[in-house]
Design a protein around this ligand. Structure first.
Ligand code: SF4
Length: 228
């Protein structure tokens, strides 16, 4: 017997996308930290159910919060281009965030990103952990930025030290890099170097990925009827 917040292993065996769909539905009801109150909706991970890569960012941004989908804003577009430059097919990447609700501060009529604090990251880790539990154990985890790395590996994680290091999380290889938003925040004379560094790190991830045919691309969350 499982509680409402736990994926059912029998469901996952029959239909892994169903486990992720149920997790997304449960996360939409989460009230375990204050961030849900000011967000439009939960933004759960999405992508193939058999990804070669699991990319973890910080939190949804303004556009993701409105759309209910991760990595669809400006930083997501930087990430898409970097993936292409690194030779990674976007359809082989499951994308998610360490924190599932948008944290922001008002500035005039705009909603400005506000970094989640440690207690919010810790509260939300349950959902990231559950996603990892429902995804293949040989997918390469890509930690995009400090918040993702600290959620995955603990508060002592530092991007600068972790880049290029041989890291693992459980049975999976882990590649640490900057968050794509760092490219957008960089000065004009820094931006090319930041983008190039991101691509270099993503290329390193390709050397750690399993070799197989492109996965069955099934976007999640998708609700499907289970076989009788
Ligand atoms: S940010 Fe995470 S822990 Fe906080 S309410 Fe949302 S889903 Fe729950």
């Amino acid at each position: 017997m499982t509680t409402k917040n736990e994926p059912d292993a029998r469901d996952f065996e029959r239909r892994p996308g169903l486990a992720l769909t149920e997790l997304a539905e449960d996360a939409a009801r989460c009230r375990d930290c204050p961030l849900w109150e000011r967000a439009t909706q939960v933004v759960f991970g999405e992508g193939p159910i058999d990804p070669l890569y699991i990319a973890v960012g910080e939190q949804p941004g303004d556009q993701e919060d409105r759309a209910g989908r991760p990595f669809v804003g400006p930083a997501g577009r930087v990430f898409d281009v970097a993936l292409e430059e690194a030779g990674i097919d976007r359809s082989t990447v499951y994308v998610t965030n360490a924190v599932k609700h948008f944290k922001w501060q008002p500035r005039g009529k705009r909603r400005i990103h506000d970094k989640p604090n440690r207690s919010e990251v810790v509260a939300c880790h349950q959902w990231l952990d559950a996603e990892l539990g429902a995804l293949p154990i040989d997918a390469v985890v890509i930690a995009l930025g400090a918040t993702a790395g600290q959620s995955l590996l603990g508060p002592s994680f530092r991007v600068g030290k972790a880049r290029g290091a041989d890291l693992t999380i459980g049975p999976r290889p882990l590649v640490a890099t900057i968050h794509p938003s760092a490219v957008l925040r960089g000065d004009d004379d820094q931006r090319d170097a930041l983008r190039a560094g991101l691509v270099t790190d993503l290329r390193r991830a390709t050397t750690l990925a399993r070799e197989d045919a492109p996965p069955n691309v099934v976007a999640v969350p998708i609700i499907e009827e289970m076989s009788p």
